[in-house]
Write a protein that binds this ligand. Sequence first.
Ligand SMILES: Cc1cc2nc3c(=O)[nH]c(=O)nc-3n(C[C@H](O)[C@H](O)[C@H](O)COP(=O)(O)OP(=O)(O)OC[C@H]3O[C@@H](n4cnc5c(N)ncnc54)[C@H](O)[C@@H]3O)c2cc1C
Ligand SMILES: *[C@@H]1O[C@H](CO)[C@@H](O)[C@H](O)[C@H]1NC(C)=O
Ligand SMILES: *[C@@H]1O[C@H](CO)[C@@H](O)[C@H](O)[C@H]1NC(C)=O
Ligand SMILES: *[C@@H]1O[C@H](CO)[C@@H](O)[C@H](O)[C@H]1NC(C)=O
Length: 499
Amino acid sequence: MRVSVISVVGVHAVLAGAASPVDNGFGDGLRNCLLAAVGGNIALVAFQGEPFYQAVAVKAYNLNIPITPAAVTFPKSSDQVAAVVKCAAERGYKVQSKCGGHSYGNYGLGGTDGEIVVDLKNMKQTSMDDATFHATFGGGVLLSDVDKYLHSSNGRAISHGTCPQVGLGGHATIGGLGPTSRQFGMALDHILEVEVVLANSSIIRASETQNRDLLFAIKGAAAGFGIVTEFTVRTEKEETMAVQYSYTFAFGNTSTRANLFKKWQSFISDSRLTRKFASIFTILPGSVVISGTFFGTKAEYDSLGFEDKFPGYANSNVVVFRDWLGLVGSWSEDLILDLGGGVPTSFYSRSLSFNEERLIPNATIDDLFHYVDTNSQGSLLWFVIFDLAGGATNDIPSDATAYVHRDVLFWMQSYATSVGPVSKTTYGFLDGINELLTKPYPGVDFGAYPGYVDPRLTDAQKAYWGSNLARLEKTKSEIDPNDVFHNPQSVQPESGQRS
Ligand SMILES: Cc1cc2nc3c(=O)[nH]c(=O)nc-3n(C[C@H](O)[C@H](O)[C@H](O)COP(=O)(O)OP(=O)(O)OC[C@H]3O[C@@H](n4cnc5c(N)ncnc54)[C@H](O)[C@@H]3O)c2cc1C
Ligand SMILES: *[C@@H]1O[C@H](CO)[C@@H](O)[C@H](O)[C@H]1NC(C)=O
Ligand SMILES: *[C@@H]1O[C@H](CO)[C@@H](O)[C@H](O)[C@H]1NC(C)=O
Ligand SMILES: *[C@@H]1O[C@H](CO)[C@@H](O)[C@H](O)[C@H]1NC(C)=O
């Protein structure tokens, strides 16, 4: 599959090159520089203006945000990545790398027109140290690649989210929350060492013992600091006994649904709750779903008394898994992924964090359910999910990694798709949910999840990185003062103006 795509790109590069051998539209030598950077291989670079450029090379995920990069490159080594960055930096182009391409703002494509994209799909190397179980991955691997490789390497695993097509490059550098996060931390908490291409095109390594400021930045804010060409991660033994549960409530009025949420919030905010329990409450048009994974036996799951708290479901699905890949596969068939999907759509999404001191008051829960039942959404496919976090994720001090949200008990994520551009009605619907949920705590900063980028967020850097922003801006000024690695919400240099 990958090979045939590359050859198609190559054909178009040949045609475009034949039409005008010298720089074709780039008077600054960019074409020749990038071509040389990828070893003269025309299959490894595509330029704006070439036929099928969008469909073959760009491939935006969020169709609500059309982007036209100046060029998309497909380097095969760290040296080639560095050479591409050099071409871009010397000519004043901005750069973003692309791994899985699943950024909500298309930030892997720059998030704005005219950037140079470093698509890492040819950087998928893997290895495992059988003594330490530390694994290394190229910066372009997808979560599905990670799972398959670790499973075949003595049954190892790392925490990550539920969508197999998400890239480790964009996921383990922003957070990476998933069903095992309460036990083992987020994806980025597994990172031990990285190889990074910097703005001055040097290739350096960062770990606890060298370039610690860079490691700090990579663990939560990498997009503004460099391109990770290799990750070294700790791994854990994969889980081999799990209960996957899902209860759908399709009947009942607004207040019965609100009461389900109140009970869910009480259950998950009990400080004695086991870390082996993961849970998501989803509000959908006309129904709610309570779902998640418990890592243990069915008898242990039953003894939590969780199901008993939620009588009256329209249907339930409780499945016992005895193999990790089967379980992970079931996550990818998850309802929300079916809706939101691994496939490109036009959509908008917002997020808010909640902690033990900032639970949603019962009256606000009533208001929320009334709101979603009575306001127009401008979207047929929308949902609001509340995703339990906490546990091991919060064992780490908030100033230890760029990722700052170490007190979060659960995240709210709202999401609405549309046919064609997202409408004002839909923006208003999701904005209204944020207003309603934050109203009981005036002046409190609820932050936003850096992995669910919200391009309409004002002061986004503050929302994503909070009290770590000052340190990040200082490091940015030192290693990328000209803001080569840029998307509309990446960390800016200290003295620079925020975009
Ligand atoms: C369907 C779906 C399901 C999701 N589920 C979850 C979930 O369960 N849990 C969760 O936490 N998140 C989840 N997310 C959010 C996801 O983690 C982020 O969108 C993530 O940033 C995507 O990474 P990517 O590599 O696929 O995206 P890309 O668009 O390729 O990259 C995103 C950003 O990371 C940068 N980047 C990519 N690779 C590198 C690299 N090697 N070095 C430096 N910077 C890099 C890019 O420049 C860009 O700014 C989901 C997203 C989608 C679309
Ligand atoms: C909602 O349903 C519950 C349970 O059937 C019922 O007790 C309650 O009166 C209903 N509320 C409204 C506003 O209809
Ligand atoms: C909120 O509602 C839940 C469930 O009905 C109840 O257990 C809890 O005591 C209520 N909280 C407050 C503060 O009234
Ligand atoms: C590139 O930048 C890094 C970080 O600032 C620095 O350590 C390194 O010496 C620089 N390399 C060159 C060749 O200037």
